[in-house]
Design a protein around this ligand. Structure first.
Ligand code: 3HC
Length: 707
């Protein structure tokens, strides 16, 4: 035993306490210590049973994810938990697992090797490994169907969603729920079962179903996984492993699971998803602001502008239980805004996401107002008015007068300068950007835009608040388009160029959907409204360098009133249900315009489409990184995964570039530079990293050390 595991006694019951903060992950040394404690209690004649419990906030949240990278790089050998779990299951005296917090992954697998499981009613259990691109690797796919049946085991292993303790108890995974003191309840239960033969999960088979039932279950599960988890390998591997449990004896099933686990662990998908797991936590860290920095309590907020974005943002606050004033200029606008909010909530009730009661409570938290009178009470305002600098400045000057000192004044602008907006106030330190993504109540990303003078307390508050709002906050600098939209510009530019050079509209979208993106770039434009970009381009036309090629097709479509889905016509044409169809008129028009512009037409492969769009993202991302508008490459990845539908199993654009290999990416960008000119000039950071044999991930590590 060691400092990670303590063995104590409550009279005739041994208590094995796992103490490896913060989440009791099964780090090296821990499994060995648990095994030693099991042996010791078995050797003690005064002990009749044992309780295994986690110290701190949780039971065991799984294997130590940090170890996986070491295993795949060959730095440490692959360690299996299977021998420990057999040692627990073979214990002569019953072992009872007492679960609070979470029993995830290896934690649940260990619990299932115990003879009984009790849990606090608030606990959660699950096999979330697929979210890391792997499958349960310590017998989870073999023991779980024996306890909960095949259908539920397939669902839990292939989808990775947690199950509440109450549901687990109903399923037979938890033997008893314990209100109040978990340890006392567990010890009392252990005394009751002491002396009884200890039931071994691996020997049970009554829930494994018949071959005919199972064939249908696995076929349906594979179908669902291909549709809902498109492109992911692990869910299908998890289904194969559970199927093995229904067809093979336990030991052989475990061998089949181990083989599939290894294949997944060494895959690029798993490496990418593990990068995402740690990345999502890393983005919360700010180089010059400590984790424990003071924050401003945000108990009441206001949103200015009740349009689509403003209304969505008001819902986000209400959903988190924060009362919100929703301001607009007249009754009519407010009525439309509140109407949309009610409609959104009604559809959430219809889809079973919220209960009617929850929705009514949330609606009571939103107060429509026509003036700033009550703004003196709020701790934070989010401005979400029409995207125009003059209007925003007027609003911020009003807010400066209306709000109390210390209130945070945030703008939801997606393009305009936070510094210029802040200049309209007497307190630029209170001003910050909170760029929500549409639909605000659904999308997880929140870009938090740091102006030159934004105060550290204000930044720390917004970062912390994002978590409370169920968002993933990423701090970005104040450049045009910030991080996400600045990169999206070159990405969509290339998509247009490709069409202008001869690619079909659908071919461009299809290539990127097959790459894994949620939507193609042109269909995304239609969804967001082509006129949005068109208006911005008109405003910034004076900044375009003469002689540098600019896309024109989308502007021409806008001139024809083809704004996308909202006008039923854009790159595609739409029916009343918003179903897209190819529009031959667009192909013919673009061909004509391109010929008039003297652009040679040619066959373009899917590979070229992907290279040009994705490497445009990478190249711009590298510039942003070097200019310091993103703290780390992984921040860019997290933005793209949560705001732009980039496939998580590729880890984000910067991780994807590392995976392809920066020398290959750089070489391709140089080729594109030679062929297409200045817009493809390789980012200096990309060149430097390539020449020094480094990756973006290594760049991040160096930055972290320097900070
Ligand atoms: N291994 C290593 N570190 C882990 C970890 C794990 N399994 N789980 C969490 N951590 C770390 C986080 O990186 C974070 O570190 P940081 O403070 O340095 O950023 C810290 O623990 C706290 O985590 P969170 O910020 O996520 O804390 P929350 O309280 O919000 O969430 C949690 C806790 C629900 C347990 C969440 O951390 C979680 O979901 N963890 C992953 C669980 C998981 O995927 N388990 C399966 C692992 S794979 C496995 O078991 C394979 C097996 O089948 C063989």
């Amino acid at each position: 035993m060691n400092e990670l595991v303590k063995l104590s006694r409550e009279d005739d019951v041994a208590v094995i306490t796992i103490d490896n903060p913060p989440v009791n992950a099964l780090s090296p040394g821990l499994p060995e210590a648990i095994g030693a404690a099991i042996d010791e209690m078995n050797a003690d004649p005064a002990v009749k049973a044992a309780v295994v419990i986690g110290a701190g906030r949780t039971f065991v949240a799984g294997a130590d994810i940090r170890e996986f990278g070491k295993m795949t790089s060959g730095a440490t050998p692959r360690r299996s938990l299977l021998p420990l779990l057999l040692r627990i299951e073979n214990s002569g005296k019953p072992v009872l697992m007492a679960i609070h917090g979470t029993a995830f992954g290896g934690g649940l697998e260990m619990a299932m090797a115990g003879h009984y499981r009790v849990a606090s009613p608030t606990a959660q259990v699950g096999q979330p490994e697929v979210k890391l691109g792997i499958i349960p690797g310590a017998g989870g796919t073999q023991r779980l169907p024996r306890l909960v049946g095949v259908t539920k085991a397939v669902e839990m292993c292939a989808e990775g969603k947690p199950v509440s303790a109450r549901e687990a108890a109903a399923l037979g995974l938890i033997d008893r729920l314990i209100d109040g003191d978990l340890l006392a309840g567990a010890v009392a239960f252990a005394r009751k079962i002491a002396g009884n033969p200890a039931p071994k999960t691996r020997e049970r088979s009554e829930k494994l179903g018949t071959a005919t039932e199972n064939t249908a279950i696995f076929a349906a599960a594979r179908d669902a996984a291909r549709k809902r988890q498109r492109g992911l390998v692990a869910p299908l591997a998890a289904i194969d492993a559970v199927e093995a449990a229904t067809q093979l004896p336990f030991e052989e099933g475990c061998q089949a699971e181990a083989k599939l686990f290894n294949e997944c662990l060494f895959s690029d998908q798993s490496k990418a998803l593990i990068h995402v797991f740690f990345g999502e936590r890393e983005v919360a860290k700010i180089h010059d602001i400590p984790k424990e920095a003071a924050v401003i309590p945000v108990n009441r907020v206001a949103v200015v502008g009740s349009g689509t974005m403003g209304g969505g943002i008001a819902m986000v606050f209400a959903n988190a239980g924060i009362p919100v004033l929703l301001k607009d200029v007249d009754e009519a606008a407010l009525e439309v805004g509140m109407g949309k909010i009610r409609k959104n909530y009604a559809s959430s009730v219809q889809r079973g996401r919220f209960t009617q009661e929850f929705v009514e409570e949330r609606l009571r938290l939103i107060t429509p107002v026509l003036n700033y009178d009550a703004f003196s009470d709020v701790d934070m305002v989010v401005e979400a008015v029409f995207e125009g600098m003059a209007l925003k400045k007027t609003v911020f000057a009003d807010l400066d007068r209306a709000c109390k000192p210390g209130a945070i004044l945030a703008s939801n602008t997606s393009t305009l300068s936070i510094d210029e907006i802040a200049s309209a106030t007497s307190r630029p330190e209170a001003v910050i950007g909170t760029h929500f993504f549409s639909p605000a109540n659904v999308m997880r990303l929140l870009e938090i835009v740091r102006g030159k003078k934004s105060g550290k307390e204000v930044i720390a508050t917004c970062m912390q608040l994002s978590k409370k709002l169920g968002k993933i906050g990423v701090l970005v600098g104040n450049c045009r388009g910030f991080v996400g939209n600045r990169m999206f510009g070159p990405y969509r530019r290339e998509a247009q160029f490709l069409v202008e050079e001869g690619a079909e509209v659908e071919a461009v979208d299809k290539a990127l959907v097959e790459f894994g993106n949620a939507m193609g770039p042109l269909a995304t434009g239609d969804l967001a409204g082509l006129d949005v970009g068109w208006r911005i381009r008109k405003e910034y036309r004076h900044l375009e360098k003469p002689g540098v090629r600019q896309p024109f097709a989308e502007d021409r479509l806008c001139e024809m009133g083809r704004y996308g889905q909202k006008t039923m016509k854009g790159w595609y044409r739409y029916d009343e249900n918003r179903r897209a169809d190819t529009d031959p008129e667009v192909s013919a028009l673009v061909r004509k315009w391109s010929e008039e512009a003297g652009i040679p037409q040619r066959q373009i492969s899917a590979a070229e489409i992907v290279d040009r769009c994705i490497y445009a993202l990478v190249n711009e991302g590298a510039r942003i990184l070097e200019e310091g508008y993103a703290q780390r490459a992984v921040d860019i990845d997290i933005i793209y995964l949560n705001g732009y539908g980039f496939p998580a199993y590729r880890g984000g654009p910067m991780w994807h570039a590392d995976t392809v290999g920066l020398p290959r990416v750089y070489e391709r960008i140089c080729e594109l530079h030679e062929r297409h000119g200045e817009l493809w000039a390789p980012a200096p950071l990309l060149k430097r990293l390539t020449e020094s044999g480094k990756t973006f991930a290594e760049f991040d590590k160096e930055q972290a050390v320097a900070a």
